[in-house]
Every structure is written in C-alpha cells, then in structure tokens.
Ligand binder design. Sequence first.
Ligand code: FAD
Length: 398
Amino acid sequence: MNQTHFQILIAGGGNAGIGTAAQLLRQNSQLKIGIIEPSDKHYYQPAWTLVGGGDYDINATVRPQSECLPKKATHIKARVTAFKPEENTVETDNGIFTYDYLIVALGIQLDWDKVKGLKENLGKNNISSNYTFQTAPYTFEALKTLKKGQTALFTNPNTPIKCGGAPQKIMYLAADYLRKQGILKDVGVHFYSAGGVIFGVKKYADTLNKIIARYGIQTHFKHNLIEIKGDEKKAIFVNENQEKVEVDFDMIHVTPPQSAPDVIKKSALAMPDNPLGWVEVDAATLQHRRFANVFSLGDAASTPNAKTGAAIRKQAPVLVQNLLALMQNQPLLAAYNGYGSCPLITGYGKLVLAEFDYKNEPTETFFFNQAEERLSMYWLKKYALPYLYWNKILKGTA
Ligand code: FAD
C-alpha cells in the first residue's frame, strides 16, 4: 500500500462504514476516503433470524466485499490494532495510517467467552446462535429435532446487543414451527432474559405479551446465562438474588453478551469508566466528545439507541452533514434523534414493525397501527429490506 494518509479514514466496512462512505462520495466525489476492512465478505446480518427459522437461504446473506465497497474509496485490507487519536493515526496489521478526519464504524464484539462452555459447544449439542453466519443455519437444524416432552430455551444477555429483538424473534419463529408440527403444547418454550421486561416500548410490549400467551411461552426475567454444559445439556443462569439456577434443555438459542471491540475499549476513544467501551460521541451530532475530528456511528458508538441497521440509516446522513460542515468550519447543525427500528417477527408471515426514538416513543412510518402483526411487514423484512440494503443503503442512496 503506497498511500498512508487519507482525508477521511473509515475504520470498518460494514453497514455503517460503507453506507457513510457512499453518502460522502455522493456529496463530494473528490473526497479522498480510505476504508480499513479485513474481511473479503460482506454480510446482511438482519436476515440471519429468518435463516435460523428456516425461511431464508444463508448464501443470500453474503456478497464479496469488493462488490459492496464504493469504487471511489480506497480499500485498505487490514485490521485496526490501535487508535492513536492524539496523533491522528490508526495502526493496523498491514501498516500505519494517518488522517484528517476519522469515522469509527467497527460494529460490536460478540463476547462468547463471557459464558463458560459456550464457544466450544456452539454449533453442536443443539446449542445455536443466529449471531454468526456459520451458526445461524444450525438453529433450524436444532429446532427440527425437537419432540414432544422436550424443552427449548432462548436467552437474552445483560449487555446491550445488536438488534435487541433478535433473541425473541427466533423464539416466536420456533414456537410457530412447533405449532405447525402440532407439538407446541407438548414442548416447553422458555425465554430466559437478563432484562426485566419483554420490550422497552410499552406499545409493542403489550402486543408481544399477548403473543407470548398465545404460544404458551414461559418467561423468566432477571436471569443471566453464565455457563453451558454441552454434553449434559444444562444451562446455568444467575437470577436477581445472585443464585445459580440450572436448567435442562434439548435445544438452546444463545444471544451472546456484547461490547465495543477491544481495540476501541483500550483506546482513548472509549467512554471513560464504561467497561463496555463504546466510542464516546455526542448523541445528537455523532462527533467525538474529546477529539473533534473523530466521528462514530453504528453499533460501536455510545449513542443510547437500539443498535440496528435501521438506526444507521438515520445516523449516516447526520454524520455526513456534520462532517462536511466541520470540514468547512461551519457549525454542526444536523441531529440524530435516536431513531431505531425493530422488525419483530412474531411467526411465519407475521411481523410487528416497532419504530421508536431515544425517549422510547413510537415514531411510525406507516399510516396503520404498527403494533399489530402483519403479513405485509413480514414481506417487507424478507424481500424489501434486503433489496434496499444491497442496492440503496450500501450505495448511499437510502
Ligand atoms: P457491522 O455491520 O457489524 O460492521 C462492522 C465491520 O467492522 C465489519 O465489516 C468488520 O469486519 C469490521 N471490523 C471489525 N473489527 C475490525 C478491526 N479491528 N479493524 C477493521 N475492521 C474491523 N438490524 C436491523 O436494522 N434490523 C434487523 O432486523 C436486525 N436483525 C439482526 C439480527 C441478527 C441476528 C443480527 C446479528 C443483527 C441484526 N441487526 C438488525 C443489526 C445490524 O446487522 C447491525 O446493527 C449493523 O450491521 C451494524 O452495522 P455496523 O457497521 O455498526 O457493524
């Protein structure tokens, strides 16, 4: 690599990094942008829920990164190993790069190691997770083995996660699958969540509680998964009284604890005194609170919204407008309102489209009541949103 200085350096070529680069280049095609991204492949993660439910082809969720990166940006095929914001420098495993402006978009880290026994058992013993490309298909394989008298567990950890609804969406698909097989009444379906409620926005929580009752799902709140004994098929939780609770399972879907990537945590970019280590940005402007030439968006940023691709769709234009303003010494006027969306799949052909802001107030797009389950919204999730992602969001036109 000859060039080592970039006007704008973007760390991470996922949803946020590529979408933002494409939008910047649409505003000004002369910008010199470098994108640091180690992966040859680009994933459409939101479809992994449907893959786990057996209703989407895993191979349709991946494309070569070369087809996704904007042609006018320079792809730096490397992994960031250190941020040195005091020196406007990023170190990687393939050289050191400097910048005028930095955008941090490294996504979220899956902390498998925080649950004892999980990593080594994932993908076998009916222990699955929709959170990786490799294991999402195994969720459906495990689901298909369930028989009368057996037990399926679905967990939700004690950290922020990407797509807060994903731990329960797969549970509703599983329950619906069992219903179709005629065995739902005879299989125990349990939701073990470290949180205290089913969903943070009351309007949608009311619907979800009815759906839980309809499927006969049993909920166990304030239960945090800490260990899995794979061969014995036992899951161990800690409850609100700090007691260990051991539960037998025949299948378990695990949503792992998550945090900012370690490379951010150990850098000056991270929020001080926050062990999860998010990049410390202003929640409205997305500018770093201490390093004015640094911005962040997406799952790695400290903004207290639901971490979703839908949020990035609203964050990216704000970041682009503010960064271009900063480059011209203008005030940063664009503000992100915390919008996030969660397409809550509640069964095959059924979806509740939750949309809300920082205050957990619904901010709905459609004229109808989005708290009701709809086939049209399931089609939106299964067909329209993947199309939008590959053809518009990554191209900077949506
Ligand atoms: P990512 O898209 O994860 O990209 C991060 C990039 O950084 C990756 O390309 C990675 O290779 C790169 N990277 C990591 N470390 C380094 C490093 N050290 N150096 C350089 N590059 C690095 N969102 C929705 O809107 N709706 C949904 O229905 C939905 N469902 C979901 C279901 C599941 C099962 C999952 C897993 C996610 C779901 N999401 C959903 C969330 C959505 O996929 C994420 O919020 C989104 O991808 C975040 O974008 P990002 O760019 O911040 O991170």
